[in-house]
Design a binder for this molecule. Structure first.
Ligand code: PLP
Length: 405
């Protein structure tokens, strides 16, 4: 395998230091020079508002902004770039959908399914949409092994849900949902399908035409791109039929004091001045990722995660919640009897950044019977020495506990 995480890491200026082991990539990844430069160059050379500007700077900004949309369509293998809607991130993508699609397809007696490890960014917008329309939100439960329950899913589909939302990769556990097998089942049951790809985009190429979902949402900052930008991709016929989500400039065709008419896709869903530099940065991240050997990065990440799982499993006094072979990106654990925050502070003192808490998945934490966990989450630039350092710091912590006892 040609991939070298140490070489790869050289592309990330924020990691050029020896006092930080960054294992919080599911929260946000670091940014490569290619992304930083694309954004800096926009502000240095081209800064102007997009669309309708008469002057050349605006034309250049528009070309760069719309170019980013085309790049993202290619990155996702989307049928058309007009179906790529820029949002602030997964959360805004889900709010847009729950408001607009929710208004269109939910009413009294309708049903929305979300998986048991859904992020609050999925649960809460759909819960609110259900409350507004008289629909019901139900979770797809976990089975006794902690996977999404296939039998329960079939029973829930038999109830004829209008919308099914699946989280491709759980941010709290790293577990994968069987989207390839389940999306066709949900569609056969008549549901509109939505995939939360917030964690998936960073770890595997996305091919929307192969996947066959109706909507796909993700954030730029978890795939080496900037914060403040993300995407909602949707099937054109559905997006065309949906009402606008926010109102104002850009999203209109004509306005009078009596009435307004609305723009075509994608502008109908992009009210106001967009996050121009961020969209350009996200386009740069997508271009940069497409130029990497993604298969090799994924293999490296998988090897690293297996190694971390084995090493953590060997520690007595530590409970691992992410026990599956096909996890991606993250592993969750607790030191038995210890508050996750205390463990996080200990690790921080050793220069190791992990995330501790409920990971915006409180319902999942209830199912696991915990208030929170510690989560390590990796990216291509992490390496085995960093896992060894984490295990050494946890070993010290356990020794400190047992010495104290
Ligand atoms: C699976 C998943 N969905 C949704 C979100 C929300 O993403 P954002 O905060 O970027 O909108 C996250 C963020 O952690 C996530 O991991």
């Amino acid at each position: 395998m040609s991939f070298d995480p140490y070489d790869f890491r050289l592309q990330f200026p924020a990691l050029a230091r020896d006092d930080l082991i960054y294992l919080d990539n599911a929260a946000t990844t670091h940014k490569p020079t290619a992304v930083l430069e694309a954004m800096a160059q926009f502000y240095r050379q081209d800064n102007a508002n997009v669309h309708r500007g008469a002057h050349r700077l605006s034309a250049r900004a528009t070309r760069a902004f719309e170019g980013a949309r085309h790049t993202l369509a290619r990155f996702l293998n989307a049928p058309a770039s007009e179906e790529v809607i820029f949002t602030r991130g997964t959360t805004e993508s889900m709010n847009l959908l729950a408001n607009s699609l929710g208004q269109m397809v939910l009413d009294e007696g309708a049903l929305v399914l979300v998986d048991a490890w859904a992020h609050h960014a999925t649960i809460v917008p759909w819960q609110q949409a259900a409350a507004r329309t008289g629909a019901t939100l139900k979770p797809i439960p976990l089975d006794s092994k902690g996977r999404l329950d296939e039998v329960a899913f079939a029973e829930l589909l038999a109830l004829g849900p209008q919308v099914v939302v699946l989280t491709a990769i759980s941010n709290a556990l790293g577990a994968r949902a069987p989207v390839d097998r389940w999306l066709p089942k949900a569609q056969a049951a008549g549901a509109i399908t939505v995939v939360d790809g917030a964690q998936a985009v960073a770890h595997e190429p996305v091919d929307l035409q192969a996947l066959g979902c109706d909507f796909y949402a993700f954030s730029g900052h978890k795939m080496y791109g900037p914060t403040g930008i993300g995407v909602l991709w949707g099937r054109r016929d559905l997006l065309d039929a949906m009402p606008p989500y926010q109102f104002g400039g850009e999203m209109i065709q004509s306005v009078s004091f009596e009435r307004s008419s609305f723009n075509v896709l994608p502008f109908k869903f992009e009210a106001g001045t967009p996050a121009i530099a961020e969209a350009i940065g996200l386009g740069a991240a997508a271009n940069w990722l497409m130029a990497q050997d993604r298969r090799a990065i994924a293999a490296h990440e998988q090897a690293l995660l297996s190694y971390a799982r084995e090493r953590l499993q060997s520690l007595e006094g530590l409970t691992l919640y992410s026990a599956f072979e096909d996890n991606a990106g993250s592993l969750a654990f607790n030191v038995d009897g210890e508050h996750h925050q205390d463990v996080g502070i200990w690790l921080d003192q050793a220069g190791i950044a992990v995330r501790c808490g409920h990971h915006c998945c409180q319902p999942l934490m209830s199912l696991l019977g915990v208030r929170g966990t510690c989560r390590l989450s990796i990216a291509g630039y992490n390496h085995h020495d960093e896992i060894d350092a984490l295990v050494a710091a946890l070993t010290d912590y356990l020794e400190f506990l047992y010495d104290d006892a």
